[in-house]
Write a protein that binds this ligand. Structure first.
Ligand SMILES: NC(=O)c1ccc[n+]([C@@H]2O[C@H](COP(=O)([O-])OP(=O)(O)OC[C@H]3O[C@@H](n4cnc5c(N)ncnc54)[C@H](OP(=O)(O)O)[C@@H]3O)[C@@H](O)[C@H]2O)c1
Length: 316
């Protein structure tokens, strides 16, 4: 029997241990993903801005020192909330942002990967976060709206960001939604400190990339850690297999392990990620104080061999 975490117990994010990002930024492996703060459809403003600010402040109180964001969340709204909640920022806080998409009035997310668009996006992040230099900027590869797919070269957009790094506007660079070949292409242009791809207990397509990044000292930040929009959920009878579910994943194996630990299925999903590899960094997203506390408490959940066997059966 492993550890027990009460679903309401406050646990320090440090219980998950740290990862040294880019050789100079120590981050706790239990971070916070800010996307949900904008409200439904990631389109702001949120119904309750005070709660959104309280969620960000509580995350930091509970030891989170790594927040994932983008200026296109909201758009602009989420960065404004982070700034209002935490500015002036403490020296140990690492804000990781991403560029490469934009929002349309129809709330779509087309690509914005042209050099001029990337330069503008970096300046928008600096302005709205109230920073003179961004800790980490992820180039997010987006196919929609004439963007780039998994077999395309990312030389042009990554070179544009590498130039901004040379100018001192960015400390470190990362990549999101990429393949191993694109990572190799980027690393020939400038150092890459993190990769942010979809990865969770039911979505493990990137096992090989996770292991390669671990060997190279690159952080792997899993997005959709709770599998919220992952297509491989257990579907309710009659559900359309192609329509992503806008709820976190839930299945019998997670429930069984959760019952063993007095935890929730979502805490088990997060604990599994932290157990998966020492370079795996979690950025669960929530707009709820109660969910935030539960997610951070998952940093203290230790899974045993029986748990891992049960969860391995979920591999797609
Ligand atoms: N690079 C990329 O392309 C990319 C794409 C997507 C996301 N991201 C990043 O990854 C982060 C995480 O992704 P995500 O927020 O979309 O998905 P997620 O973390 O898998 O799940 C978030 C969803 O789960 C719910 N939730 C969170 N904690 C819960 C709990 N303890 N119990 C029950 N429900 C809970 C949230 O609702 P409540 O608000 O009600 O808690 C929300 O609907 C984002 O914040 C963003 O920073 C990056």
């Amino acid at each position: 029997m492993g550890s027990t975490v009460g679903v309401g117990t406050a646990v320090h994010a440090g219980a998950a241990g740290e990862f040294l990002l880019g050789g100079d930024l120590p981050i706790r492996r239990m971070g916070y993903g800010a996307m949900q703060l904008a409200g439904p459809g990631v389109w702001g403003p949120p119904k309750d801005r005070d709660t959104a600010i309280a969620v960000v402040r509580r995350a930091v109180e509970l030891g989170v020192n790594h927040i994932d964001t983008s200026d296109y969340y909201g758009p602009h709204v989420v960065n404004g909330i982070i700034r209002e909640a935490l500015h002036p920022y403490t020296d140990d806080l690492v804000i990781v942002t991403k560029v490469g998409a934009r929002r349309t009035p129809e709330k779509d997310w087309p690509a914005a990967l042209k050099p001029a668009e990337l330069v503008q996006a970096v300046h928008d992040n600096l302005d709205h976060l109230g920073l003179e230099r961004l800790d980490v900027v992820n180039l997010r590869i987006v196919e929609e709206g004439g963007g780039l797919g998994p077999t395309d070269s990312i030389e042009e957009p990554f070179t544009a960001l590498a130039e901004l790094r040379e100018q001192g506007l960015i400390r470190h660079l990362g990549l999101s939604n990429i393949t191993a070949a694109q990572l190799a292409e980027a690393r020939a242009i400038a150092p890459v400190v993190c990769v942010q791809n979809e990865y969770n207990v039911v979505r493990r397509d990137d096992d090989a990339l996770l292991e390669a990044t671990a060997a190279d000292g690159i952080a792997f930040m899993s997005f959709f850690p709770l599998g919220t929009y992952t297509l491989r959920h257990e579907k309710p009878a009659g559900a359309d297999a192609k329509v992503p579910l806008a709820t976190p994943l839930r299945n019998d194996a997670l429930d069984t392990v959760a019952a063993r630990h007095g935890a929730t299925a979502y805490q088990v999903a997060l604990a599994w990620l932290l157990h998966r590899s020492p370079n795996l960094v979690c950025i669960p997203g929530t707009s709820s104080l109660a969910h935030l506390e539960q997610n951070i408490a998952a940093a203290g959940l230790r899974l045993g061999e029986e748990d891992l066997r049960d969860l391995d059966a979920l591999k797609g």
